[in-house]
Design a binder for this molecule. Structure first.
Ligand code: ADP
Ligand code: MG
Length: 605
């Protein structure tokens, strides 16, 4: 029998493991089962090299609960350990420098987490939940002279190591669950943890007689061997009862880093929630986390699916992850693959791409707004849709409007609507002039418009109701006005008295006789400020009153008629009527005012 002290420089390491190193105690299951998988795979590797010539036999890993004895046992038939190996890999754990580390970080769970990978504490995580841990192991090397070993430790740095009479190759790890961790001798609880972390491990795992894992999950297979149905089925396995995804991307990289996985593109339908934990991160088929913030770019969190990479450092803090160069490369790579896929879909079948567009658009915009590299790619297949329901790439659209919608300052003016129903009369006016109007009613469109405007030279986006159309796309000087300045001054108080003054600024403009006599506009700049404020929480902007421009068309016959009307009451009535009509076409006439308007209209008829 050998007794000794585990090579830890401080007596305090176990309480620290217990308290700080993992915030989720349940992960001890993952650590121990994945050690068992490693041991089994190592043996298979040795066999393939001819270094293990014995009988492989059945290699299922078993997880066994004994409620009476309060033990949880993980049994494998892997390479096992000799006494020397137990001493080397378990006793002399990589704690060199641990004392310094412990003293430095004992109050900082985050930093401690960041370091854990370096200390190989996988096995020791068992002490988070155990009063005592036993290892009973028999190495494949000792097939002939049954020198099995039995190691035992109660969580203090003292251990014992004696010979055991185990006859089968492999390792049993026996955890004597501590009283404060009684949840881990519940069948339900262990079953749930196993399915969560071990559901896709590559070696068969049995718990209470049932296999809990799929050893060859879809992402480990060759894309060429898989059908659409396979991908859909896997999606349903991951997210039961979900609507089928739009398409998927099967990732398979082995240089300069290792990455496999399947990302699914769900239907977004104009609304999305980027913070749902829909991407699962695995390392060699071991589940690590489903909160991938910092690992994949935020806009990619709109995707669903699995990522598997042994190159992503595990058990580390988010801030550490974000600065890791592998993580950066991986997220760059995923961004590229997603752009590749979208471009491929666009090039292969434009009609199909257009049909999917409504579900893709918000994702594209989110990516283009937040990721420069993605913008550069996506700008080639982002689609504008106009009020006629036709789709154009940005390049095609510029080509379409360049000629007719470039103003006298050489700026190309993109007209858009965010509500084709409410802004109907403005859209019609624009179309009568031969202009095209874009449909931009999506959740991110007001941001997106700002962004694109900054990116493209000599470009201006204006909402179709933000000014009179001739002001929006100014070609030459306006036609001469039919009203003198004196006449305008005479008319101004008459119009003003019809309105709540503070909301409106009155402008006289010389428009076509065919335009309406009075037009109400919502100035682009003010409106954008308000939109941004509403999204960004600048509440003082959001509560500012809206300002409208009331444009009087000096060339409209009714305007002259009002001016020349001798009967003051009649003049007043006419002015009121055309103001109300302008309000009505902006959907601003409500309640009592609307009732009065209807009454007055009937009288006039
Ligand atoms: P890591 O798995 O990162 O190496 P662990 O603390 O989980 O760190 O395990 C330490 C070492 O103990 C392993 O590298 C392995 O050599 C040995 N070991 C642990 N569990 C087993 C097992 N079930 N069978 C064989 N060797 C094991
Ligand atoms: Mg391990």
């Amino acid at each position: 029998m050998q007794t000794g002290k585990i090579n830890v420089q401080t007596e305090n390491i176990f309480p620290i493991i217990k308290k700080f190193l993992y915030s989720d105690h349940e992960i001890f299951v993952r650590e121990l089962v994945s050690n068992a998988v490693d041991a089994t795979q190592k043996l298979k590797t040795l066999a393939s090299f001819g270094e293990f010539k014995g009988e492989m036999g059945e290699t299922t890993i078993e997880v066994v609960l004994n409620k009476e004895a309060k033990t949880l046992t993980i049994k494998d038939k892997g390479i096992g350990m000799t006494a020397e190996e137990v001493d080397k890999y378990i006793n002399q754990i990589a704690f060199s420098g641990a004392e310094e580390f412990v003293n430095k970080y004992k109050d900082k769970a985050e930093a401690a987490n960041a370091m854990i990978g370096k200390f190989g504490l996988g096995f020791y995580s068992s002490f988070m939940v155990s009063a005592k841990v036993e290892i009973i192991s028999k190495s494949f090397k000792n097939d002939d002279d049954a020198k099995a070993v039995h190691w035992e430790c109660d969580g203090s740095p003292d251990f014992t190591l004696i010979a055991a009479d185990k006859t089968e190759r492999g390792t049993d790890i026996v955890l004597h669950i501590a009283d404060d961790s009684a949840e881990f001798i519940e069948k339900e609880r262990i079953g749930t943890i196993l399915r969560k972390y071990c559901g896709f491990l590559p070696v068969e795992i049995k718990f209470e007689g049932e296999v809990v894992n799929d050893t060859t999950p879809l992402w480990t297979k060759k894309p060429a061997d898989l059908t659409d149905e396979d991908y859909k089925k896997f999606y349903q396995d991951l997210y039961p009862y979900s609507e089928d995804p739009l398409f998927n991307i099967h990732l398979n990289v082995d240089y300069p880093f290792n990455l496999t996985g399947i990302l699914y593109f769900p239907k977004h339908r104009n609304n999305f929630d980027p913070h749902k934990n829909k991407i699962q991160l695995y390392s060699r088929q071991v589940f690590i986390t489903d909160s991938v913030e910092g690992i994949v770019p935020e806009f990619l969190m709109l995707l669903h699916g699995v990522l598997d990479s042994p190159d992503i450092p595990l058990n580390v803090s988010r801030s550490y992850l974000q600065s890791d160069s592998n993580v950066k490369k991986i997220s760059g790579h995923i961004t590229k693959k997603v752009a590749d896929k979208l471009e491929e879909l666009f090039k292969k079948d434009r009609t199909d791409f257009e049909q999917k567009w409504e579900d893709v658009k918000v994702f594209m915009e989110y990516g283009m707004l937040t990721d420069e590299k993605f913008y550069e790619r996506a700008v080639k297949f982002y689609l504008f849709k106009n009020t006629e329901g036709k789709y154009f790439t940005m390049e095609e659209y510029l080509e379409k409007i360049k000629h007719g919608q470039t103003d006298k300052d050489k700026k190309t003016v993109y007209l858009y609507t965010n509500n084709a129903v409410e802004q109907h009369s403005f859209i019609e006016t624009a179309k009568e002039r031969g202009y095209d109007v874009l449909e931009m009613s999506g959740q991110l469109d007001s941001h997106f418009v700002n962004h694109v405007e900054q990116k493209l030279a000599d470009t201006m986006f204006v909402r179709v109701d933000s000014d009179t159309i001739d002001n929006l796309i100014k070609k030459e000087e306006a036609m001469p006005s039919k009203l003198t300045e004196e006449q305008q001054n005479q008319l101004k108080p008459i119009i003003e008295s019809q309105l709540g003054k503070d909301k409106f600024t009155i402008k006289f403009e010389s428009l076509s006789e065919k335009d309406q006599p009075i037009i109400i506009n919502k100035p682009e700049f003010m409106r954008r400020m308000k939109d941004m404020a509403a999204m960004g929480g600048m509440s003082y902007m959001g509560t500012m009153p809206e300002i409208f421009h009331l444009v009087v068309n000096t060339n409209h016959p009714i305007i002259s008629r009002i001016l020349l009307e001798a009967d003051a009451a009649k003049q007043f009535q006419l002015a009121k009527q055309i103001c109300d009509l302008a309000m009505l076409s902006q959907n601003m006439l409500k309640g009592e005012e609307l009732t009065k308007f209807v009454k007055r209209s009937l009288e006039l008829i």
